[in-house]
Design a protein around this ligand. Structure first.
Ligand code: ARG
Length: 462
């Protein structure tokens, strides 16, 4: 028998090596090491403060834990499968460094409340980082919007040209989506930020611990009121993956547009060499790999959300080992969102060039000003539905004659309806079509400028 390691003397023989590998989480939960150490330091301080261990013992533990942190940061700490998980790895190293006092660290604690604490500390940091990334992303969108208030682009419904819009307005739609993401993460943070430490294995502990003290040391906003809930709740991770999935939905929609826009069929943007890739066989190709990867990676984040929902749905109280399997999903979800936010930000910042001449031509060459003709008549007293039907007929005749609305002569307009005057031409010019949609939240330039300003002050104030 190899030396008995982590569990009690109840066991007579060692684990089968394949089972040890299967059971171990060290290969991925090493990600939590800094948080594990921070959580353990708070626990050790609490043990000393409450007199559960002596002050000197507390100091020894903290010193040893800080030493492990340094070893880890210097790349010197590499626990193997035999450590099982990060919690055992740290405790074992502590005992190597500090002798028997190291064995006191786990008094009044279980790995169950410990892992819950670590995961929450980790996620708190990640949420802060992602929110910061969102703000940086928004700043790039804002700069791009500011430079393109009067750049026109066809607006679509059903992917059919509908009405021209300001390119800034189009970009600001994403800014709003991302703002909800930013807010949502802030709300979720409140529920991530609750301490389960001191819940013990499931039922609390016989020692006179002070849960509020550890929570305070770790800057938690509160403590779990029920120890069984404390050790088995993963709502916070699911909520995060839900928010992460929505971020990916938004990035993926944006990606889809960039992919379409960069196609020869649309030709609205050119990808710069720094953010595009070539083909191994077709020398002429320039591929939008970045947005394609982002669009593709959204699937795995949705998958992680699904995985955790299914992981949780049948679990009896309280801790079950199934819960160990939350980590890879959560970690990968975090990494994927961060990587995608970064790549898309770079793409927008320096990887795209809008082909403004092509855009200007695009808004001239279709019937996306037809609503404006109907509005023109409606503003002059013709009931809107009547005007709409009349313009429908005009469009049909124009298509047959291979003409656009702007090609009709004033006589032709007036033959259709006497309310038409020569200001119809200005009313249907793309720039005017956009400028005129000055209703709150619309694409009118004035509205767009106000929206940019509002977004700037929103970001500056938070
Ligand atoms: N590695 C475990 C996890 O991630 C730590 C908790 C183990 N608890 C237990 N009762 N076996 O969930």
């Amino acid at each position: 028998m190899t030396e008995q390691k982590t569990w009690s003397q109840r066991f007579e023989s060692a684990l089968h090596p394949a089972i040890a590998r299967f059971n171990a989480s060290i290969s991925f939960d090493i990600e939590l090491i800094e948080y594990d150490i921070t959580g353990s330091i708070a626990h050790a301080k609490m043990l000393a403060k409450t007199g559960i261990i002596s002050r000197e013992e507390g100091e020894q533990l903290v010193e040893g834990l800080e030493r492990i942190r340094q070893e880890h940061r210097q790349g010197l700490f590499h626990p193997g499968i035999d450590a099982e998980d990060v919690h055992f790895a740290v405790e074992r190293r502590l005992t190597e460094l500090k002798g028997d006092v190291g064995k006191k660290l786990h008094t009044a604690r279980s790995r169950n409340d410990q892992v819950g604490t670590d995961t929450r500390l980790y996620l708190r940091d990640q949420i802060n980082q992602i929110r910061q990334q969102i703000r940086e992303f928004q700043a790039v969108l804002l700069d791009l919007a500011e430079a393109n208030v009067e750049t026109l682009i066809p607006g679509y419904t059903h992917l059919q040209r509908a009405q021209p819009v300001s390119l800034a307005h189009h970009l600001l739609a994403y800014l709003e989506m991302l703002n909800r993401d930013w807010e949502r993460l802030g709300e979720i943070y409140q529920r991530v930020n609750i301490s389960p430490l001191g819940s013990g294995a499931l039922a609390g502990t016989t020692f006179p611990i002070d849960r509020h003290y550890t929570a305070e040391l770790l800057n938690f906003g509160g403590v779990y009121a029920n120890s069984m809930d404390g050790v088995s709740d993963r709502d916070f991770a699911i909520e995060f993956l839900c928010a992460a999935s929505l971020i990916m939905v938004h990035l993926s929609r944006m990606s889809e547009e960039v992919i379409l826009w960069s196609s020869q069929e649309f030709g609205f943007v050119t990808l710069k060499d720094s953010c595009a890739t070539g083909s191994s066989i077709m020398p002429q190709k320039k591929n939008p790999d970045v947005p394609e990867l982002v669009r593709g990676k959204s699937g795995r984040v949705f998958g992680h959300l699904q995985a955790l929902l299914v992981l949780m749905k049948g679990l009896p109280l309280a801790y079950n080992k199934d819960l160990q399997d939350d980590k890879e999903a959560l970690f990968d979800g975090v990494k994927t969102v961060k990587a995608c936010l970064e790549a898309m930000k770079i793409l927008l910042q320096e990887g795209l060039e809008f082909r403004t001449a092509r855009l200007a031509a695009a808004v001239e060459e279709d019937f996306s000003n037809a609503t404006d003709v109907a509005d023109y008549l409606a503003a002059r007293g013709v009931p809107f539905r009547e005007a709409y039907n009349l313009v429908g007929k005009v469009v049909k005749t124009c298509i047959a004659a291979n003409k656009l609305l702007k090609d009709l002569t004033l006589e032709e307009w007036q033959a259709l309806h006497p309310a038409f005057a020569d200001d119809i031409y200005e009313a249907i010019a793309p720039k005017q079509v956009v400028a005129a949609r000055n209703s709150y939240g619309g694409t009118g330039f004035e509205q767009v400028r106000q929206a940019i300003q509002a977004a700037r002050s929103r970001s500056n104030n938070s």
